[in-house]
Design a protein around this ligand. Sequence first.
Ligand SMILES: NC(=O)c1ccc[n+]([C@@H]2O[C@H](COP(=O)([O-])OP(=O)(O)OC[C@H]3O[C@@H](n4cnc5c(N)ncnc54)[C@H](OP(=O)(O)O)[C@@H]3O)[C@@H](O)[C@H]2O)c1
Length: 187
Amino acid sequence: MEKTDPRPYVITYLATSLDGRLDGSPIDIERYYGIAARFEVDAILSGSETAVVALDRCSGVENTYNAGPVPERALPNDPRPLFVIVDGRGRVRSGSTFQQLPFWGGGRALLSEAVPEAHRAYLASRNVDSLVIGEGRVDLDRALSRLRTDYGVRRIRVDSGGRLNGALLRADLVDEVHLLICPWLVG
Ligand SMILES: NC(=O)c1ccc[n+]([C@@H]2O[C@H](COP(=O)([O-])OP(=O)(O)OC[C@H]3O[C@@H](n4cnc5c(N)ncnc54)[C@H](OP(=O)(O)O)[C@@H]3O)[C@@H](O)[C@H]2O)c1
């Protein structure tokens, strides 16, 4: 049964090797995202490392500040999910790249107070909204609540590696866990 508290319902979905590794094996991307698409969610939550790796591996984009054309904002009633990145240290510079992909109805960055004002201003100039929640790190509990109250996110799927998933699990913020077990040994 879904929670009635102000947080979104949090679903994690991970592809793991037989020996429990989340990285280092050739994931069947089509199968992974085919299943992911079945979870009807309002937002996807990624960590900064996952985002930086995805920019490089999937889009071939360097993670640098970009002065090119500013991606347009999605319309407020866009039915596609938001793409939300936990980025407590302001590492993700090409975040607006995600906004240009057809899968998302806009991007949001969750930052901590440690992120320099210049980085926040840059994100704003690229039409990426940010929420500053937490001192040295993003306060995940409060950040999830803000996603619900500010952006109406009721269900969210975590697309991330072990660190963000681990932090969410330890903080008891996960409602459902799904594993895609792949026939590989990473060692
Ligand atoms: N197998 C799968 O299903 C799957 C799915 C997605 C990604 N991946 C892989 O996973 C790898 C990346 O995984 P990762 O674990 O290194 O990185 P990650 O999932 O991106 O997690 C790191 C993020 O979590 C944040 N974080 C960690 N602990 C926190 C806490 N206590 N409070 C607040 N924020 C916290 C970090 O904050 P800071 O910003 O403050 O550092 C950082 O933003 C990539 O290689 C990617 O390909 C695998």
